[in-house]
Write a protein that binds this ligand. Structure first.
Ligand SMILES: Cc1ncc(COP(=O)(O)O)c(C=O)c1O
Length: 371
């Protein structure tokens, strides 16, 4: 058994500290040029990000929530139009649907904690216009049945892939399955910046053109205003930071996948736990492990035991699914999701952690269930 150590859930100072010299040099150069908004670093980042995922367009916006909202606004939703979304997600997914003029319809997830095609089918109505798969925890959902449902029913797909940059399903990247996908660069994301940031990924020229205009007051390249827009451009200083982080992104993903393999190896025999799919569980999925979300029997007692031993865990979104926010007008029962939120928790998963740290966390979990 390893000696006691402190394992924070996420090491926020490390987002800067890991690359501090390069970041300071790059920021100084940007500031000295007075290059704050829509400058070369943003163009460079958009080019490199599009290349990284193998898509035609990456468009930097203010945050991940706007990266969901802007493509939805190109879908011309009318009041009462429904968009199906898994209930196990951040409220931002549903808020974007609401602000785009539609009605979010939350559905159950499956054992992988991702949108469940059977639940989507059951939620279809004559008002359904779109499906928003949420590529949660760094994993892309099995998209074949979702695409089939969308095609059969003439529905658009907009992906909330805020947690899944570089994740793939059958070789296709998260964000590429519908008209657009959203990415978040919130500091604790796999590609985190030093504040808020986001990007829209799309292969659709019309959507790309409209999103570029929507993020910049509805203006097009000539400056003419052709629609009501917003001010939600990815800040050029953040783009400069992201250019640095993107260079080592593959390394960061390998690190996370290695940590996930340690969790899998140490915990797979524990009958009281449900683990996420292992890194090599299926050739169809490449998981980037934004999070390591488990289900655990006696979850609250386990968390207390872990914190007593220096290991900090969290419940995503305060431990609530979106259909449980009754003040937003939801009044539904979703059995799988409700059982899941009583049992789920996130174990530490980030590039500040060593294999030994994960072994320590596993020691503590095993000791809890063996006692
Ligand atoms: C699944 C999901 N959707 C949307 C968002 C919103 O992203 P942001 O915080 O950058 O607005 C996040 C991240 O916070 C997220 O995890």
């Amino acid at each position: 058994m390893l000696a006691k150590r402190e394992i924070p859930f996420f090491n926020y100072p490390a987002v800067f500290a890991a690359d501090s010299e390069e970041i300071m040099a790059s920021i100084s150069a940007v500031l000295a040029r007075g290059a704050y908004i829509m400058q070369a670093e943003l163009t460079e980042f958009e080019t490199q990000l599009a290349k990284y995922v193998g898509m035609k367009h990456a468009i930097g916006v203010g945050d991940g929530t706007m990266a969901i909202l802007l493509p939805l606004l190109t879908c011309d939703l009318s009041p009462g139009d429904e968009v199906i979304v898994p209930s196990h997600t951040f409220v931002a997914s549903a808020a974007a649907i609401h602000h785009a003029g539609g009605t979010p319809v939350p559905v159950d997830c499956g054992a992988d904690h991702l949108i469940d095609a059977k639940s989507v089918r059951a939620a279809l109505s004559d008002r359904t216009r779109g499906i928003m798969p949420v590529q949660l925890n760094g994993r892309t959902a099995a998209m074949d049945p979702i695409i089939e449902l969308a095609q059969e029913n003439d529905l658009f797909i907009v992906e909330d892939s805020c947690q899944a940059l570089g994740s793939t399903y059958k070789g296709r990247p998260a964000g590429s399955f519908g008209i657009a996908g959203a990415i978040s660069f919130y500091p604790s994301k796999t590609l985190g910046c030093l504040g808020d940031g986001g990007a829209v990924l799309t292969n659709d020229e019309t959507v790309a053109h409209k999103v570029r205009s929507l993020r910049d007051h509805g203006r097009d390249a000539s400056g003419e205003v052709s629609r009501w827009g917003f001010n939600t451009r990815l800040d050029n200083v953040q783009a400069a930071v992201l250019n640095i982080k993107l260079k080592s992104y593959d390394k960061a993903i390998s690190h996370r996948r290695r940590l996930a393999a340690v969790y899998e190896e140490r915990l797979r025999g524990v009958s009281q736990l449900l683990l996420p799919p292992a890194p090599d569980a299926s050739p169809d999925h490449f998981d980037i492990y934004q999070n390591y979300e488990i289900e655990a029997e006696s979850r609250d007692a386990l968390r207390q035991h872990l914190v007593d031993n220096g290991v900090h865990t969290i419940l995503q979104w305060g431990g609530m699914a979106i259909h449980q926010f009754s003040k937003l007008g939801f009044d539904q029962t979703l059995p799988y999701t409700e059982r899941m939120v009583d049992r789920f928790m996130l174990l530490p998963m980030n590039t500040s952690l060593s294999d030994a740290d994960i072994h320590y966390v596993c020691d503590q979990i095993l000791a809890f269930y063996e006692s």
